[in-house]
Design a protein around this ligand. Structure first.
Ligand SMILES: [Zn+2]
Length: 679
């Protein structure tokens, strides 16, 4: 595959022609130009890659595309160039609009046949396949994904995988191979054990045609005249957010459509099919892993493994010259030639996924009759590559209640340049790694970071399951209910917790109505919060715990309660506030004193309603003690009291033994009872 400079130099220099005039009319008719030119040293590529779209380099010969503006900029650099026949005009491709005809897989489908075929997959395999319409292109064509999985309508705890082809509209081998792959997965599910296993354990997204406007540039019935660029003449593989340069100022609608899909899912592994050469290209594209950048993806060894897995399997299933160039079928992207705003780096850097670029035919538009052969070269590689997502370290990240947590998962002393991964909306994560022993760090906002060492990846084919529960750092004790129950003059508080961390216990705080409620307003003034009890917590637990507290003998009125949850370290948190209302006793009631007979003290319990004079004035409640002759011997109560239940202690140490009467009076209501003092 490698061609040597010295052999070709003379030929190239003598072959330069200026026979074609690249005027305005040329670009009106052709939209883009495919050309080649020579460079003296590779360093020149750094500037050139931001002017034109470099397609390939063979020693010192650069093959490139340009739209009119790009070409005018290129002309200013004064490189002699040769205009080449556009790759989509080298042959007349065999087309078919008949789905039956297409399924022999040796023709290119018309645009309508392609769309129909995609929806037919969904129709024929509704439990395995659903079509996702990512939206329209510049010209209103569709960017479709076939999603393939068991329970395809549900998001399961499975890795999301993606194949996408032909973002360069004239690189079309992958387009037909993707359609055939969809058909093959669906047709052999349930009979082929490997495919069944894969479809059961992954969610596979396949986008056969990422740039339909480019592919059908000459109309929906032919791929002849397809362009690399989209309808606005932009290279979509120079149009994604770049690790160095950020978002592309000319982001195209196709890029936006793709980003919407990428950014609402969590694709752990992606491959992006192209043509024009035969190689698996791994990150980075924007940095070289040799001088001047020396910037290696932290998972470079793993990338080289999966790239070789693809290329080697192709070599084993093809003629001896297929996918064996470069470094035995693989290359570092930047080392081949640096590009900016590429899709692969976007997925790696901005989506924390893993993506390689796979070039699957030296010829961009191969005769359709060669498509079946390319299917057989790639069939096993396609499957091997997808199966990569069933290996590595995976698991579910949840909180202590089992709810999914979106966590950042870092391999300590390993990750760099956004090579960390994230768990997705259902808590699932996958970290693919080379064999080794690693330390994983799980972190999420408002959770305690967890570090797990000795995570072993025993081989490239092993799967280590590591489920992690993260503990909330903001709600150490999670209260799930707090209620009050009133029984007569008693209030019972009940509450339950879902989880507890370091919970020493609960202080029960109460706000009572003030002693002089403003009854006319019908409202109460409250005193300040006052602690009325403490209930021990359960320390740390992930089980639901129930608690209860009884607040007894309350006067009538509306009370408020809250829980002050206190940690062992002294920090605390308040619950919400709940009300409990003790309804006023309706009747005046005077209970028998206790003990009786007594010496020298006894307790008298009584209840009073609201006692208000006819003028609306609060009246005193009066409790007095009399001897058998009717002489008053003590006044125990003589004051305004809100309706409620009360106790008063009577001390008779200065009185002589005998029978006494005690009388409760509130307005016109009177009750009298008898008691005996035995000195
Ligand atoms: Zn390409």
């Amino acid at each position: 595959m490698k061609k040597y400079f010295s052999v070709f130099l003379v030929f190239i220099l003598t072959s330069i022609t200026f026979s074609q005039v690249l005027d305005e009319q040329y670009f009106k008719e052709n939209h883009e130009v495919y050309f080649k030119f020579n460079i003296s040293e590779r360093a020149e590529l750094r500037a050139l890659t931001n002017v034109i779209s470099i397609d390939n380099i063979e020693e010192n010969t650069v093959y490139a595309y340009a739209n009119e503006n790009e070409f005018r900029e290129f002309e200013k650099l004064n490189y002699p160039y040769t205009v080449l026949t556009h790759p989509s005009k080298l042959i007349e491709p065999e087309m078919s609009s008949d789905i039956e005809g297409i399924t022999a897989w040796d023709v290119y489908p018309t645009y309508d046949a392609y769309i129909n075929m995609m929806y037919l997959f969904q129709l024929n395999y509704p439990n395995l396949c659903r079509i996702v319409d990512a939206g329209n292109t510049v010209q209103g064509r569709k960017i479709l994904f076939a999603v393939i999985s068991d329970n395809v309508t549900q998001r399961e705890t499975e890795p999301q995988f993606m194949y996408t082809s032909s973002m360069h509209g004239d690189e079309l081998t992958g387009y037909v191979l993707m359609l055939r792959l969809i058909d093959s997965l669906l047709a052999t599910y349930g009979t082929d054990a490997r495919i069944t296993q894969l479809v059961n354990n992954a969610e596979i997204w396949i986008n056969p045609l990422a740039n339909p406007d480019g592919t059908y540039r000459s109309g929906n019935n032919t791929v002849s005249g397809a362009t690399r660029y989209n309808y606005n003449n932009y290279d979509l593989n120079r149009n994604f957010p770049d690790p160095i340069l950020g978002v592309n100022p000319n982001q195209q609608i196709e890029t936006t459509r793709f980003r919407n899909i990428a950014e609402t899912n969590n694709f752990v592994l992606v491959a992006n099919f192209h043509g024009g050469t035969e190689v698996v290209n791994y990150p980075w594209d924007t940095w070289t892993n040799t001088p001047p950048d020396n910037r290696h993806h932290p998972d470079e060894a793993w990338y080289q493994y999966i790239s070789h897995l693809y290329a080697d399997t192709c070599q084993a299933n093809s003629p001896s010259n297929y996918m064996n160039g470069y470094d035995d079928g693989i290359t570092n992207g930047g080392d081949w030639y640096v590009i900016s705003y590429g899709r692969q780096d976007y997925t790696n850097y901005y989506r924390w996924g893993r993506e390689v670029t796979i070039e699957i035919s030296d010829t961009k538009l191969i005769p359709a009759a060669q498509l079946p052969a390319h299917w057989y070269y790639n069939r096993k590689s396609l499957l091997n590559y997808m199966e990569t997502v069933t290996k590595g370290v995976n698991g579910i990240v949840t909180d202590t209640l089992g709810n999914p947590v979106k966590a950042k998962i870092t391999v300590i002393n390993h990750d760099a340049d956004n090579s960390e991964v994230f768990s997705d909306s259902i808590g699932y994560y996958l970290r693919m790694l080379s064999p080794g022993t690693y330390t994983f760090k799980f972190e999420a906002p408002n959770y305690y970071t967890q570090t797990i060492s000795n995570v072993v990846v025993s081989s490239y084919n092993s799967l280590t399951v590591l489920n992690v529960q993260l503990v909330s750092s903001i709600i150490p004790v999670e209260l799930i209910s707090f209620t009050s129950y009133v029984d007569g003059v008693n209030v019972t508080l009940n509450w339950r917790t879902a989880t507890e961390i370091n919970n020493m216990g609960f202080e029960i705080e109460r706000k009572s109505p003030s002693p002089t409620p403003s009854l006319k307003e019908g409202t109460f003034e409250f005193t300040d919060w006052k602690s009325v009890g403490f209930v021990n917590g359960n320390g740390t637990t992930t089980e639901t715990k129930s608690y209860s507290f009884l607040d007894e003998g309350l006067s009538s009125g509306k009370y408020q309660y809250r829980l002050k949850q206190i940690d062992f370290d002294g920090s605390f948190d308040y619950s919400n506030i709940i009300d409990a209302e003790i309804i006023s006793p309706i009747k005046l009631s005077l209970e028998q004193n206790f003990p009786n007979p007594f010496n020298p003290t006894t307790l008298i319990r009584y209840s009073v309603p609201n006692v208000i004079s006819t003028e609306g004035r609060n009246l005193n409640v009066i409790l007095k003690v009399f001897d058998v002759l009717g002489n008053e011997v003590a006044t125990l109560v003589n004051e305004i009291k809100p309706a409620g239940n009360y106790n008063v202690e009577f001390n008779a140490k200065n009185l002589s033994s005998g029978v006494y009467f005690y009388q409760l009076k509130a307005g016109s209501l009177i009750q009298t009872k008898k008691m005996i003092l035995l000195q």
